[in-house]
Structure formats: structure tokens, C-alpha cells
Design a binder for this molecule. Structure first.
Ligand SMILES: *Cc1c(COP(=O)(O)O)cnc(C)c1O
Length: 481
């Protein structure tokens, strides 16, 4: 084997790969959901040194089956209920393949105008589909951009917030004053990481209390912390409100938090990584309450629940200027007439890396294949299954159910009245592990107020009612044996 793969060879192997993927989905239920390999097992079966001579592509496919597949956890399996879903679908896979095929690096408009302009159209479409405010549209002061992840979106938002709060000084001089950032105990860890990365520091991340009934951030405590920090000479810089926390899908009161931010001139970032896409359904638009009036930045991940392969996280800005001012540098080698004219968008200034993939192709492909109707059907279908699951838990006195559960995640706890909380947690963890080890289903856990809860997140397009029913039966048996 030597030289490049010819178009004819590519056609042949490409068909094999597409067939392989189609067969994979057709037979996905034959795999254990969570990989059963031991640490190091995959690596031990791979050569320690790279090949000197090229090998036939068939051998790659053979090793994929023999060596790698046992080490794969099947996120698209209908019995995958862990974490949050990371949907993959036919149109998204094909859109991503086309992006790979084109091999475009769309750092500035001129390096592939279609890469930039399709992205603009697609993020504006998505803003419309989710009922997000007009000023998030690219034709207004704001605009959206596809990031690799909500973590990157939080980092970009924090950079923009620091830029605004310091009047641009941070970009020139670095951090010269104490800046503070506000989260709750349920905010995603990416916010603390963003604070560390931008130089705010973990000690300046203030943890606001939550309402014990809703687990949403307490705006009165937020106001008190901001006042305290101001009095101490700090610069309150950004608040992160979450719509659908990772732990339990709790919702922070964005409007009330926004009012506190507005009064103090603090940047409000809304992290709706998982749940934001639910607003594609008009009956769930209430989750956007306060976003139009108060959010400076907003993020949701089509790569979780909206049928689009990882990675695809959309970040919108109410005003794109602070972000661009914080990140834009024009080295000589990137100078080009389109950029200089100011008529085009260069998305490199809207993200941390310079280079960027043609990610809009897969989202475009998904939005066109499903249409708004199909997207709503997926969200409603998975929420419906989750609500059914929750009703079974509620009806079984051997379990307690965490309310509310407005999306497709259900948190619950088996009751062990004879055990202490600690002993019960250990028992629950051990039983959950044995269920996951069985390969029949995969669920994860969280802790709220020091007590363990099991999480069942429904989201795979492969999941039908029979899978959820069987999972509940398995869970009942395991925890009440
Ligand atoms: C999943 C999640 C994130 C992180 O998402 P990535 O795209 O993997 O970085 C952030 N916030 C919330 C609320 C999440 O659920």
C-alpha cells in the first residue's frame, strides 16, 4: 500500500464505511451499552509503534471491529440513559462527512465564503426556531456562532464580559483589579474553568445560594454578594444563569437574576446547553423568560438533544462588539480585502481557536431534514417518554421522585428506610454500577443536598417506549431485590 487513496478507492472504501455505519445502527441493540473493557485493554491490543509501510484500509476496518468496538460505549443505544444524550442522526453524520470531504478551514470569510455565510444563516434560523430575541440575529447588534462546546462558549462569554467590565483594559494590561464571577452550586464546572482560564481565579467565583425547593439561584443572595464585592472594591463581572442544570435540569430565575445584573451593570450569561433547544416547542418557550430583556450571551447545544452530532454548540451575543474587541487581532498574513472592507464576518474573532471546521453543514442538514416539525416531534417524544417514566417512579412507594422534571431527565432515589443516608448512598451506587456493568442499560447519578439521586436521561432517537419500560422493570428489580 503506498500513495494517496484514489477517487475510485475512496468510492469503494467510502461505501464500505457508510454500510458499516448503517449496519451499526441496525444492530446497535446487540452491543452492551457501556463498554465492558478494563483499563488498558484496548491499548494493549494496538501496536506500540506506527507502521513503516502503508496498510490496506480493510485492516483498519478489521481492527475497528476486533479491537476498538469492545471499547466503545454506545451513546446512540436505545438503553443509553446516562449523562445527557449526545444525539447522532443520519443527516448530521452525512453533513459532517461532507464537511470532512470539503476539508475547508473557514477561519475568515475569504478562506471559504460559504462556510461563513451558511453559518450565519443557520444560527439565525436556529434563533428563530427557538424564539430567541431579534437582537441575537446577525443583522442586528448581536449574532450567533457555532462553537465546539458550551465550555468554549462560556470562555468566550467570560472574555467579552471582562472586556466590557474593564473598558478594554484587560486585553491590554491583563487583570489589574479583582474581578468576580457568580454561579450557583449547580452551575456547570466549565464556568469555574473559564474563570481560571481568563485569570479571574477560582477564589473569585462566588457561589450564590439556591432555593432549596427549586434548586434555582436565589436572586436576593446574588444581589447581596454583588453589593458586598462592590463594597470591597471588586468588579462584579459576570453572572451565569442556567436553564436546565446538568445535575437535575433545575432552572435559575433568569428574569430576576437579570434585573440584579442590569442594576449593577454585570454581564449575564445564560447557559442552556442541554435544555435550550426545547424552546423549539412553543409550549416550552417559557424557558426563555427574561432572555430577551437581560441576557448578554446565551448558549445551547444542538449536539446534546437536537439530533446533531457532537460538536455543535451555539453561542449568541446581544451585542457582538465586546467579544470581537476582546479577541480580534489582524496579523499581516490574514489581511485580505474582504476583511479590511468590514463587509464580512470573520468568525475567528468569535472563538478561541483561529481555525474552524465547516460545522454549519451538519446543522443545516439536520434542520432541513427534520424541519421545525420533526425537531418538535423529537423533543416532545423524548419528554413524553420521560414523563411516563416519572409517573411509574411516582407510583412506586419504594422510590422517591425529584420534582419538577420538565424536560427529558428524571431524577429519583430508591428508599432504604433501614439504612443511614450514607449507607443507602453506598448501596445505590453499588447497585447502579452492577446494572451498568451488565451492559443492559446505562444510567448515572448526581448528589443533591448530600443525597445521591439516580438520573435517567431519555434522548436517543432510537429509544422507544418498550426500552423505557424494560429499563424501569430492570431498575425496580435491581433496587428492590
Ligand atoms: C453539558 C453541559 C455543559 C457542557 O457542555 P460541553 O458542550 O460539553 O462543554 C455546560 N453547561 C450545561 C448546563 C451542560 O448541561
Amino acid at each position: 500500500m503506498s500513495g494517496h487513496m484514489s477517487p475510485e478507492e475512496f468510492r469503494r472504501f467510502g461505501r464500505q464505511v457508510v454500510d458499516w455505519i448503517a449496519d451499526y445502527y441496525a444492530g446497535i441493540e446487540s452491543h452492551p451499552v457501556r463498554s465492558q473493557v478494563r483499563p488498558g485493554q484496548v491499548r494493549a491490543q494496538l501496536p506500540a509503534h506506527p507502521p513503516e509501510r502503508g496498510e490496506p484500509f480493510e485492516q483498519v476496518l478489521r481492527d475497528l471491529d476486533a479491537v476498538l468496538m469492545p471499547g466503545v460505549t454506545h451513546w446512540q443505544h436505545p438503553n443509553f440513559f446516562a449523562y445527557f444524550p449526545a444525539n447522532a442522526t443520519g443527516p448530521a453524520i452525512l453533513g459532517d462527512l461532507l464537511s470532512s470531504g470539503l476539508g475547508v478551514q473557514g477561519m475568515v470569510w475569504a478562506t471559504s465564503p460559504a462556510c461563513t455565510e451558511l453559518e450565519t444563516v443557520v444560527v439565525d434560523w436556529l434563533a428563530e426556531l427557538l424564539g430567541l430575541p431579534e437582537h441575537f440575529r446577525t443583522d442586528a447588534a448581536g449574532g450567533g456562532v457555532i462553537q465546539d462546546s458550551a465550555s468554549s462558549a462560556a470562555l468566550v462569554a467570560a472574555l467579552a464580559a471582562l472586556h466590557r467590565a474593564s473598558g478594554g483594559r484587560v486585553a491590554r494590561e491583563g487583570i489589574t483589579r479583582r474581578h468576580t464571577l457568580y454561579v450557583s452550586a449547580h452551575t456547570h464546572s466549565s464556568l469555574e474553568r473559564a474563570a481560571r482560564m481568563v485569570g479571574v481565579g477560582a477564589d473569585n467565583v462566588r457561589v450564590v445560594d439556591v432555593d432549596p425547593a427549586t434548586l434555582g439561584m436565589d436572586p436576593a443572595h446574588l444581589a447581596a454578594l454583588i453589593a458586598e464585592d462592590l463594597a470591597a472594591g471588586a468588579v462584579p463581572t459576570m453572572v451565569c444563569a442556567t436553564v436546565g442544570t446538568t445535575s437535575t435540569t433545575a432552572i435559575d430565575p433568569v428574569r430576576a437574576i437579570g434585573e440584579v445584573c442590569r442594576a449593577r451593570g454585570v454581564w449575564l450569561h445564560v447557559d442552556a446547553a442541554y435544555a435550550g433547544v426545547a424552546a423549539v416547542c412553543p409550549e416550552l418557550r417559557w424557558i426563555n423568560d427574561g432572555v430577551a430583556e437581560f441576557a448578554d450571551s446565551y448558549c445551547t447545544n444542538p449536539h446534546k438533544w437536537l439530533l446533531t452530532n457532537f460538536d455543535c454548540s451555539v453561542l449568541w451575543m446581544a451585542d457582538r462588539a465586546p467579544m470581537i474587541d476582546a479577541l480580534s487581532i489582524l496579523p499581516e498574513y490574514l489581511r485580505n480585502p474582504a476583511t479590511t472592507s468590514g463587509e464580512v464576518i470573520d468568525y475567528r474573532d468569535w472563538q478561541v481557536p483561529l481555525g474552524r471546521r465547516f460545522r454549519s453543514l451538519k446543522l443545516w442538514s439536520v434542520l432541513r431534514w427534520y424541519g421545525a416539525e420533526g425537531l418538535r416531534e423529537h423533543i416532545r417524544g423524548t419528554i413524553g417518554l420521560a414523563q411516563e417514566f416519572a409517573s411509574w417512579v411516582r407510583d412506586d412507594p419504594r422510590f422517591e421522585l425529584l420534582e419538577p422534571h420538565p424536560f427529558a431527565l428524571v431524577c429519583f432515589r430508591p428508599r432504604f428506610p433501614e439504612l443511614s443516608t450514607e449507607e443507602a448512598d453506598e448501596r445505590i451506587f453499588a447497585i447502579m454500577e452492577s446494572l451498568n456493568e451488565s451492559g443492559e442499560l446505562y444510567l448515572t447519578h448526581t448528589k443533591v443536598d448530600g443525597r445521591m439521586l439516580l438520573r435517567v436521561a431519555i434522548g436517543s432517537p432510537q429509544t422507544e417506549q418498550r426500552h423505557v419500560r424494560a429499563a424501569w422493570k430492570r431498575i425496580q428489580e435491581a433496587f428492590t431485590a
